[in-house]
Design a binder for this molecule. Sequence first.
Ligand code: ZN
Length: 266
Amino acid sequence: MSAPSATPVSRDQRALLGPLFELAGRCPALAAGIAGTFRSGDRDHDIVRFRFQGPRAEHDPLRIGLFAALHGDEPAGAEALVRWVSELAGEPWRVTGYDLTVYPVCNPTGLEDNTRHNRAGTDLNREFWKRSAHPEVGILERELLAGNFDGIITLHSDDTSEGLYGYAHGRLLNEALLKPALRASERVLPRNRAAMIDGFEASEGLIHRCFGGVLSAPAQQRPQPFDLIFETPALAPLDLQVSATIIAIETLLDEYRVFLAHSINL
Ligand SMILES: [Zn+2]
């Protein structure tokens, strides 16, 4: 389970994130930072955080946390966040009213080793809010607490799925946002319409239940943010996974804006 991949593809987090660090140096809306550093083996590893502040709207900025590569062998989400934020620097109106905090690589040792698990051999996405001993989880839990996000979007890819799908955690708001996001991203890649996905009952690519210990909002946070997992088919061409993910994220944000406008009756 924790053995290194048979085809080691060493991915360098610095190479992946380099363009965003460079961009942060000349784009005032984008800031780069380190969420936390931990030691694994004989080296320190950083969990990197980027913050992009969209143009102001009439409401308070909506704080969204976006998380990718919690499984190190699923780089599509990380690539999507890097490309999306790069595009936003030139077209910030796409996220008017939003304050984005982006964590492209939540599992840096897994990304380096091209493994689902971290280098200590653990699936980090079963460890949240369980007093995990894994430093990556502690760093991200602190970010989730401090971020007090209005919305949380986690990106994964699944090599057993031939299409796009998502987890809505059994909440109506999540479903209401995820449905149009799947519909929109379906222009790029097919949707998984199987009755069972990843061992869960599904309908139209939407799964209501979920594993325990996944990255999620703190249970005590009120009101609870929207909280979604978006999955791409890992064997599809990477650029299509990236495009589908960007379409899904922007649709989620547009739909959330609509939802808020209705609920506060602007
Ligand atoms: Zn995953």
